[in-house]
Ligand binder design. Structure first.
Ligand code: PRP
Length: 213
């Protein structure tokens, strides 16, 4: 049996949809349950529901053979996993943003204060540019940081751009493009090769915009 970790939240329905098209289906409504483990109707797969940022952890440690999560989460986690497929949904950008009109003003600051859920990505971005940075780790509502004087800039996801716009922030730089990715445990790829290759091929064939990552 293949164990697949999928993320609760906004990725849940599209993840179930791509699995459904690849033939991984369930007798019950996964979205309408508090259970966290579901076996597929044909008994070939088991899906476990985890927090989006935990998907790479379950896969890296082999508690799940495969997982579906955003590229943004993978960049931040630095998990040592295989990433064979872009599943073609969940497109967004990981950006640096600042209050509209403030992007050059804070160049004088000795240290840029950056609020983010992505401390590793943000640190790497500013270090690479030799910009002294203080990372302020938040878990949500990141856009609030510059509005209340907590931070000069943010590093966060932008999907439609509405949250930035509604809070008077503008994109200063794009760090990475993101979308949903299939990830695979390295060791299990060897031991369960035919099942995993079957899943990768079925997902690639059935997801409308999937492609090799
Ligand atoms: C995400 C992200 C932005 C927002 C971007 O937050 O962190 O805040 O979505 O979407 P938009 O460009 O379409 O407006 P999420 O909704 O996950 O909530 P959070 O504040 O808890 O991170």
């Amino acid at each position: 049996m293949l164990v697949i970790a999928i993320a609760k939240g906004r990725f849940l329905e599209p993840s179930l949809a791509v699995l459904d098209r690849a033939g991984v289906r369930f007798d019950e409504d996964v979205t309408d349950s508090r259970r966290l483990i579901f076996d597929s109707s044909d008994g070939q797969c088991r899906v476990i529901l985890v927090k989006p940022t935990d998907v790479p952890t379950y896969v890296e440690y082999g508690a799940a053979d495969a997982g579906i999560t955003g590229r943004d989460v993978l960049l931040e986690s630095r998990a040592d996993v295989l990433e064979p497929l872009d599943l073609g949904f969940g497109q967004c950008r990981l950006v640096v943003a600042a209050p509209n009109g403030a992007s050059s003003a804070d160049a004088d600051r000795p240290i840029v204060r950056v609020a983010t859920k992505y401390p590793n990505v943000a640190t790497e971005y500013f270090n690479r540019r030799s910009i002294p940075v203080e990372i302020i780790r938040l878990s949500g509502s990141i856009e609030l940081g510059p509005l209340v004087g907590l931070a000069d800039r943010i590093v966060d996801l932008v999907e439609t751009g509405r949250t930035l716009r509604d809070n008077g922030l503008v994109v200063v730089d794009v760090i990475a493009e993101s979308s949903a990715r299939l990830i695979i445990n390295r060791a299990n790829y060897q031991t369960k090769r035919s099942e995993i290759v079957g899943l990768v091929d079925a997902l690639e064939a059935s997801a409308p915009r999937a492609g090799r990552a």
